[in-house]
Design a protein around this ligand. Structure first.
Ligand code: IPE
Ligand code: IPE
Ligand code: MG
Ligand code: MG
Ligand code: MG
Length: 299
């Protein structure tokens, strides 16, 4: 982990986890105790918290030092991401047994509970945005940001990407189809992590567009590296089962271009992301370091 990014993570990780913990803690005495336990199992497992940290790094560009205000957005991104992982691991989807170094939600609990834990996290994310943001940002910008996140998480974004991942036919195995798939299933939430602070801080159309472009680039970079790690890493390092993509005949950068081709693609996305940052009118050292971390990550 490179140093400026490590500093960002050291400073904010505990606060993100504390916020998430508080958001899911209830005092039920009925079957909802199990639902809460399942949510806790997946959400508080040791994920990297890439999306909340990106969101905080972006907030620091537009409103330096006002990190607390963006915490509901950072948490909402992690809630939606974790819901997507719980559902991604289900037998009907990727059928995975391990996630974040632990049994997947449906293995630790059961399928019905895992489905509902995902559903609960999805709605909790929007509840938090609607409940907490208006105290810190103008109401119209809160609405815009909720709308943006809903699209990033839904059919035009992550959910749409997941159906392309599962049912995209081999007749469409080309770079264009692959890029669409990755930009939707993974890129949309990563892009939202960067863009939402720009919307809430009224950054202006040009700045927001730059964030979108940068967000797409690192979103793609993130999933290309995920594809590479799937074939080149091990279970202990990844905290999830490797070689799933080949086993399940998934369209990935590695399946289309080979490992070397995928690595070259990652390198060019890394370079492109750094070039884009050079056009921002703010101190982007933290984001530049973040890009290196995303490029070099081993898990
Ligand atoms: C894994 O995401 C799923 C993808 C979108 C590729 P992460 O690699 O961010 O997983 P965690 O949050 O660290 O577990
Ligand atoms: C997952 O992509 C994307 C989402 C969860 C939306 P993958 O299926 O490649 O993620 P991993 O490799 O299981 O983490
Ligand atoms: Mg998947
Ligand atoms: Mg998967
Ligand atoms: Mg993967």
């Amino acid at each position: 982990m490179t140093s400026i990014f490590k500093h960002l993570s050291d400073v904010h990780l505990d606060a993100i986890n504390a916020y998430l913990n508080a958001a899911i803690t209830h005092h039920y005495t009925d079957a909802r105790v199990t639902l809460e336990a399942a949510i806790r199992h997946s959400l508080l497992a040791p994920g990297k918290r890439v999306r909340p940290l990106l969101c905080i790094a972006s907030q620091n560009l537009f409103s330096p030092g006002e990190v607390l205000k963006i915490m509901p957005v950072a948490a909402a991104l992690e809630m939606i991401h974790t819901y997507s992982l719980i559902h991604d691991d289900l037998p009907a989807m990727d059928n995975d047994d391990f996630r974040r170094g632990l049994p997947t939600c449906h293995k630790a609990f059961d399928e019905a509970t895992a489905i509902l834990a995902g559903d609960a996290l999805n709605t909790l994310a929007f509840q938090h945005m609607a409940q907490e943001l208006p105290a810190h940002f103008p109401a119209d910008l809160c609405l815009q940001s909720i709308n943006y996140l809903a699209k990033a998480a839904g059919e035009p974004g992550m959910v749409g990407g997941q159906i392309l991942d599962i049912y995209g036919s081999s007749s469409q195995d080309n770079i264009h189809a692959l890029e669409t798939l990755h930009l939707c299933k993974t890129g949309a939430l990563i892009r939202a992590s960067i863009v939402l602070p720009s919307i809430l801080n009224k950054a202006g159309i040009r700045s927001i567009a730059k964030c979108e472009y940068f967000g797409d680039t690192i979103g793609l970079l993130f999933q290309v590296i995920d594809d590479i790690l799937d074939v080149s890493s091990d279970k202990a390092t990844l905290g999830k089962t490797p070689n799933k993509d080949i086993e399940q005949n998934k369209l990935t950068y590695v399946s289309l271009l080979g490992l070397e081709g995928a690595k070259q693609k990652a390198q060019s996305l890394h370079d492109e992301a750094l070039d884009l940052l050079a056009s921002f009118e703010a101190d982007t050292d933290v984001l530049a370091d973040f890009v290196s971390y995303l490029f070099k990550r081993k898990a």
